[in-house]
Design a protein around this ligand. Structure first.
Ligand code: SAM
Length: 469
């Protein structure tokens, strides 16, 4: 039996199941200890993050939720300001050899129409995304060595980065493909991907194996060690996530934070992002057969506590969630959202969405509607991709974030890219509100900062060039 070791790159050590259980038991007992909880709150107020046990004790405690929400909001404001980064998923192929019991793309689903896009079809999809105003996308593919080999992924990345339709460009391509070899991660790194994203689905090994009964994804250790291989291969930004609804939420929460801590200890930078997907209805998937559904109030508490526990990690919420949940979640620490999304292969460029979607989405608004709504709620919608181009990744990004300096880059870049969106894509209503917001945001800045941004806005207006800070 392997022993827990935070610094090992073996899942049986850093995600030792006995240790997760042990930590969870400690958190349960601390959650009833008022003195302990008060100490943790005091520590949380220093905005330096929390240990997995501390955060989980708070999650399970009866602590005043208003206090937790307020703290999460303060942390978000102080590290990230009011900008929200936007992206969209792009599904390239739904061929899959795995058997994930919650996903309609599983190999045994013979009624799911299978589709793998050609490079020409990908171009059409990317043009449709560019015409909406997107600059950042997350590539999604099923795992299938025959239909979706790494060569196909690399060719598609090349195609996507090469498309410049009108004022459009995809400037950051995040990739969500199944766990793969270190060699393949090196290839993805060389292809200049942004973040490598892989959801753990569940950290509980026994349940993981039951939920993934066959196919390469059945191998828990290989899946769990993926981020270690990715980071060893040179990918500095990785994105974690669990699919809430598959297992007990407190177990997932503590294990997720243990994973984040492991990456930070071993590679100097924790995860660049954490996503919080919840299980959704899908073709042939009966969500009610999963007994761990996460209620909204606990979901929001988890988001707030992630913000408090890992202040330097971006938090992502997708269109799996409704407008009203997203509105609440934004206040509690979410820094990135998807907008105008389709979860089908070929869904952006066709008038009638193909009947091959991965799951139902709850927020069906257009990107323009999402942009408008963000501004109405006081957020600057940001299409910024500058960290990637300016080598602000991995440890470097974390250092800037820890020093609370990302606002120096993010806010001006959000202003510039919002103006780019207004100039090229916004509806008249969004344009009007956007220009008012830009004025207001500029007024908040020092004269020096303001004049340097105005120069770049003038450059943008005259030549279309986006010059990032
Ligand atoms: N192919 C990659 C892999 O095998 O790991 C992942 C790509 S998949 C398109 C992205 C994610 O969607 C999965 O990791 C899973 O968490 C999530 N997903 C699958 N079925 C879902 C459902 N019914 N509701 C919500 N999310 C789901």
């Amino acid at each position: 039996m392997e022993k827990y070791d935070l610094h090992s790159n073996k899942a049986s050590c850093f995600m030792n199941q006995q240790k997760v259980d042990e930590n969870l038991q400690k958190a349960i007992s601390f959650s009833k200890d008022d003195i302990y909880i008060n100490e943790v709150i005091k520590k949380a107020k220093s905005m330096q993050g929390l240990e997995p046990i501390e955060a989980t004790a708070l999650l399970l405690s009866n602590v005043d939720i208003i206090e937790i929400y307020k703290l999460a909001q303060d942390i978000k404001d102080s590290y990230y300001g009011n900008r929200i980064v936007l992206f969209a998923p792009l599904y390239l192929s739904n061929y899959c050899v795995n058997s994930c019991t919650y996903c309609p793309y599983h190999v045994l689903n013979k009624t799911m129409p299978r589709k793998k896009m050609s490079q020409d079809e990908i171009k059409k999809e990317v043009i449709a995304l560019q015409d909406m105003g997107h600059k950042r996308i997350a590539l999604e593919l099923g795992e299938d060595p025959v239909h979706n080999p790494i060569e196909y992924v690399l060719e598609s990345i090349d195609t996507i980065y090469g498309i410049h339709h009108k004022s459009g460009a995809i400037r950051r391509l995040n990739v969500n493909i199944a766990a793969t070899t270190e060699e393949n991660y090196k290839l993805l790194h060389t292809a200049q991907i942004g973040t490598y994203i892989l959801f753990q689905e569940t950290y509980n090994k026994q349940n993981y194996e039951r939920l993934h009964p066959r196919g390469p994804k059945h191998n828990y250790d290989y899946h769990t060690e993926a981020m270690d291989r990715a980071m060893s291969a040179g990918i500095e930004d990785v994105g974690l996530g669990v699919l809430f609804g598959l297992h007990n939420y407190a177990y997932e929460f503590i294990a997720l934070l243990m994973h984040a801590k492991h990456l930070e200890e071993l590679y100097g930078a924790g995860p660049h992002t954490i996503s919080v997907p919840r299980l959704r209805p899908a073709d042939g998937i009966d969500v009610s057969s999963f007994k761990n559904a996460l209620p909204d109030d606990v979901f929001l508490k988890i988001i707030a506590l992630l913000r408090i526990s890992v202040p330097y990690t971006g938090l992502i919420i997708s269109t799996r969630e409704s407008k009203s949940i997203r509105e609440k979640a934004l206040k509690l620490g979410i820094s990135q959202i998807s907008g105008g999304s389709k979860t089908s292969v070929g869904g952006y460029s066709t008038l009638i969405e193909p009947d091959n979607a991965q799951f139902e989405i709850s927020d069906n608004r257009t990107l323009d509607e999402v942009v408008y709504w963000l501004m109405e709620n006081g957020y600057i919608p940001s299409f910024c991709t500058s960290c990637y181009g300016n080598n602000r990744q991995g440890v470097d990004f974390m250092d800037i974030c820890k020093a609370k300096q990302i606002g120096q880059f993010c806010t001006p870049n959000a202003i510039i890219t919002l103006k780019e969106y207004i100039n090229n894509y916004a509806s008249p209503k969004t344009k009007e509100l956007g220009n008012q917001m830009l004025q207001k945001e500029l007024e908040k800045l020092s004269d020096r900062r303001k004049s340097s941004i105005i120069k770049r806005l003038e450059l943008l207006n005259s030549s279309g060039e986006v010059k990032f800070f």
